[in-house]
Ligand binder design. Structure first.
Ligand SMILES: *[C@@H]1O[C@H](CO)[C@@H](O)[C@H](O)[C@H]1NC(C)=O
Ligand SMILES: *[C@@H]1O[C@H](CO)[C@@H](O)[C@H](O)[C@H]1NC(C)=O
Length: 287
């Protein structure tokens, strides 16, 4: 505006007026600039604060102790499972040995080729339709028909037998076999504190093989909640993926924990097997 007006000034005082106006403009521009500078600085501070908070939030949702990711959520491990061998611990020596079942090879295996995404999602639907009552964080599922309808349990059993060279006929379902739903709300009882490191065979003597069937996705359905194998030299994680099955020998060679869930809800089913027929529980397929 000022510039347009300036062009219209004519006569002897024009240059002086021009100078004044120009000076005024310069001053105004300078003060605008100062104001702008102030605003820019403010914006920068706001941006930095947001970025900092975002980074903190991001970092707090990450577990800095994780040193290696075995399988990412986005990867599809199919049809061949991915296996990681580890030397067996001596835990099994304290129990009667059952040839063809008791672990002689130990390790961890991950596969996305045993249970389809659809089957996993159907399990969640069963849950929400009231087929299961979810009053607690952990629900016992031995009487849950959903597991047996498509013989998910049988397929997991076969996959474990194949990976560890066992006779599937000599493996028995044992308890606890349960459904877990974990969100960021703190667990109320010690039992529910899933993030503590533990060894399944120490906690439940009858366990020989533990399997986990994931029903939701790390990263999109929840954050945190990664499964972590705690080895002497590394913390190795498996990122949950809907339909992913992860299984491992239950002794101290597979000390593990689950990272705290920081956002969303993590659904999983734990299916446990024993070699000891005395600890067998009835098949969910045959109530
Ligand atoms: C977690 O689940 C419990 C049980 O359903 C619910 O009461 C609680 O509000 C949930 N927390 C969050 C953060 O969604
Ligand atoms: C693994 O994580 C635990 C805690 O979660 C930590 O104390 C330990 O130092 C980590 N181990 C390695 C090798 O980073």
């Amino acid at each position: 505006m000022a510039v347009t007006r300036l062009r219209n000034i004519k006569g002897p005082h024009a240059t002086e007026i021009e100078r004044k106006i120009k000076r005024g403009n310069t001053l105004r521009q300078a003060s605008w600039w100062r104001g702008y500078r102030g605003l820019a600085a403010l914006l920068l501070v706001v941006l930095c604060t947001c970025a900092g908070a975002g980074l903190l939030l991001h970092l707090s949702s990450l577990d800095s102790d994780i040193t290696e990711t075995l399988v990412r959520q986005r990867e599809l491990v199919s049809p061949q499972p991915r296996a990681y061998g580890v030397p067996c611990s001596e835990d099994y020596d304290n129990y009667k040995r059952y040839p063809g079942c008791t672990p002689q090879k130990c390790g961890r295996v991950v596969t996305d080729g045993v249970v389809t995404r659809e089957e996993a999602l159907a399990s969640i639907l069963d849950l929400h339709s009231g087929a299961l009552s979810m009053g607690k964080q952990f629900v016992n599922i031995y009487r849950w028909e959903g597991v047996s309808v498509s013989n998910v349990r049988g397929r997991i059993q076969a996959a474990i037998a194949e990976a560890f060279g066992l006779d599937p006929e000599l493996m028995y379902l044992t308890k606890p076999t349960f459904f877990s739903r974990i969100n960021s709300t703190a667990a109320r009882t010690q039992h529910d504190e899933y993030w503590h490191p533990h060894i399944d065979k120490v906690t439940y003597g009858s366990f020989d093989y533990t399997s986990l069937l994931y029903l939701s996705d790390y990263g999109s359905d929840f954050t945190g909640g990664r499964f972590i194998f705690m080895d002497h030299n590394a913390n190795r994680t498996v990122e949950p993926r809907t339909g992913r099955v992860s299984f491992f020998s239950s002794g101290s060679e597979n000390l593990h924990r689950v990272e705290k869930v920081t956002w969303g809800t993590r659904y999983a089913i734990t299916v446990s097997f024993t070699c000891d027929p005395e600890h067998a529980i009835s098949d969910p397929a045959l109530p």
